[in-house]
Design a protein around this ligand. Structure first.
Ligand code: NOJ
Length: 604
């Protein structure tokens, strides 16, 4: 089976790259999952921390954060759409996976044009997902299991049905007129239609300006036209949005994932963006995004937001959806050496490299270790906007091994780890095959070049029963992926060689080993183009740990010398590997890694 897959559309979202470029490309088949061995009862290797090492920094520094797309996690009322009570029902699973925090993509009231990223009320819950009481229950039940709840906060834009926008568009004199970005057009075109103020295009296709015939002006929208951008140059906007931030902090949330946060400001002079050549999947000219993305003004807002959040006890955290072109730009989002902006802007450089290139991974992980002023990196390989990592990195032949390699990279790095539901199972992107089935609007307007993001939002696969245990409904909002009979929690829990079990082992090691928690990450064998190897320096008298990952389809033999990283011991013990031939390896010399194999050992 050969599928066509969309690249990471948001991963191309950098000032240097083309805003909204939607490239399709062919990748190999997702491959079939081979759970070859007979099911066995798991002897629980996953044990939550005994409470040791709890004093080594704020909780988020060592966290495993798990993104839930609420529509697709668990349906509790049989309407085919996931909901908050469904998530509450599944907390024991998250606890057994040893998740520290859940990031919920938006659950606020919304017309659901962009499935919640178009918010019409920032201080309530959409009835599709439940009530504020259900939310409070979720927070309380999660807390009993040491799991924190992180909200998605969409500050760049509201829904066009939000009362602020309805007021704003009602007349040019309305007090809220200036809460959004309204501008006069450039007259009338040859077809008699009003011309937009400039050439800016929406990331989701077409002009970023929408004409309002009532007040005869255009409003700006970086995303869908139903998502008008707020005007952050108006202090009242910040005040209102910060009030909503407080509303949720008072309710006990552990922090926020800040949606599309680099797009808060636009050039006040509305200068045209330079064309960079060609057109994107939506048929729009490719433009540089220098006047609509990552403007420096945003950092003042981030500092004020950080001050607000820091007034609350319990180390509330700010996570940024920060697709940035390089580590220097990323560092600014922390506030650099001042550490006074976001604690965890997402590093998309590592997880969305989109090719298994050991040298590139080495450089980017090393950048995060050495170039961000001692701030804490946050690595992420999967989310609800991008083709799943299984498909982006898989070659159709070694997909299981590649998924283990990705998991090992994520969970043995010093970075805070962010995972997307189902990543631990090897859930794949299941792209719609017919336009009439597509739910994501960009998949409808972009068909067939851009098929939208439905494929990575399919229901969580819990077991091999109807609808994969996600819902009792006759039909679910998106179809369950066809591989659910073998790729599901129940089956993988009973299979020692499953990807779920691999994740569990890594998460347990990472939780309990002080070296994996805090040891400096130092690259070794640095000129090797095929194998990525690094040391985690030993802490508190614990041994150093060495990780070696074969990024190729061929066996690779390596000999490692970690002395430059201060590791001189000779006693090598294999801690975890998926290469049967290396299970008892006790040497750093002549290690032969099978294709895409992962090996983790300690050195004393
Ligand atoms: C980024 C979100 O992750 C994506 O799903 C959404 O469509 C845009 N921001 C607009 O809010």
């Amino acid at each position: 089976m050969t599928q066509r897959h969309r690249t990471a559309i948001f991963a191309n979202w950098t000032p240097l790259a083309v805003l909204g470029i939607l490239i399709s490309f062919s990748l190999g088949s997702a491959g079939s999952h081979a759970w070859a061995q007979a099911p066995q009862t798991v002897t629980a290797t996953t044990q939550r921390s005994s409470g040791a090492h709890q004093n080594d920094g704020p909780w988020w520094k060592h966290a495993l954060i798990y993104e839930i797309y609420p529509r697709s996690f668990q349906d509790s009322n049989g309407d085919g759409i996931g909901d908050l009570n469904g998530i509450t029902q599944r907390l024991d699973y998250l606890h057994s996976l040893d998740v520290d925090a859940v990031w919920l993509s938006p659950i606020y009231p919304s017309p659901q044009v962009d499935f919640g990223y178009d918010i019409s009320d920032y201080e309530n819950i959409d009835p599709q997902y439940g009530t504020l009481a259900d939310f409070d229950k979720l927070v309380a039940e999660a807390k009993k299991r040491n799991i924190r709840i992180i909200m998605d906060m969409v500050m760049n834009h509201t829904s066009d049905q939000h009362k602020w926008f309805l007021e704003s568009k009602s007349s040019r004199n309305n007090p809220k007129r200036d809460w959004y970005v309204w501008r006069d057009g450039k007259g009338v075109g040859p077809d008699g239609k009003p011309l937009p103020p400039n050439n800016w295009v929406s990331l989701f296709g077409g002009s970023a300006w929408e004409y309002d015939p009532t007040t005869k002006q255009f409003y700006y929208h970086e995303f869908y036209k139903q998502q008008p951008d707020l005007n952050w140059r108006n202090p009242e906007v910040e005040k209102a949005m910060f009030d909503s931030v407080r509303f949720w902090l008072d309710r006990g949330v552990a922090g926020f994932r800040l949606d599309a946060i680099p797009t808060l400001f636009e050039d006040p002079q509305l200068r045209d963006e330079p064309a960079t050549g060609g057109t994107n999947a939506q048929g729009d000219p490719n433009l540089s995004d220098i006047y609509t993305n990552n403007l420096p003004e945003v950092h003042d807002v981030m500092r004020r937001l950080r001050e607000l959040v820091d007034k609350y006890p319990g180390n509330r955290v700010l996570i940024g959806e920060t697709y940035l072109p390089n580590v220097q730009e990323l560092d600014k989002w922390y506030g650099g050496a001042k550490h006074n902006e976001l604690q965890l802007p997402m590093d998309m450089q590592v997880g969305f490299t989109n090719k298994l290139d050991a040298s590139l991974f080495r450089k980017r992980i090393n950048d995060a270790e050495t170039q961000i002023n001692g701030n804490q990196p946050l690595f992420v390989f999967d989310n609800h906007d991008n083709v799943r990592s299984w498909n982006r990195y898989g070659d159709g032949v070694h997909d299981q091994a590649i998924a283990r390699l990705i998991a090992t990279t994520l969970l043995t790095s010093r970075a805070t780890a962010l995972m997307y539901y189902g990543e631990e199972l090897g859930m794949v992107t299941t792209t719609p095959t017919r336009k009439e089935d597509v739910k994501d609007p960009i998949g409808i307007t972009g068909w067939p070049k851009e098929k939208g993001r439905d494929g990575e939002r399919t229901p969580m696969q819990w077991d091999d029963s109807k609808n994969a245990g996600f819902s009792d409904a006759a039909t679910t909002w998106l179809p369950v992926a066809p591989d659910y009979r073998t790729v599901n929690v129940k089956t993988e829990e009973s299979e020692p060689s499953s990807l779920l079990h691999w994740h569990e082992q890594l998460i347990t090691m990472r939780r309990n080993d002080p070296t994996l928690r805090d040891g400096k990450q130092v690259m070794i064998d640095e000129s090797n183009p095929s194998v990525l190897s690094y040391v985690r320096e030993g802490v508190e008298g614990h041994p150093a740990i060495i990780v070696a990952l074969n990024f190729t389809a061929k066996p690779q033999t390596i000999s490692l010398d970690p002395s430059a990283a201060g590791v001189h011991g000779k006693a090598v013990t294999t801690l975890l590997t998926d290469a049967p031939s290396l299970k008892r390896n006790g040497s750093l010399q002549n290690i032969t890694l099978p294709p895409y194999a992962s090996w983790i050992g300690s050195v004393k």
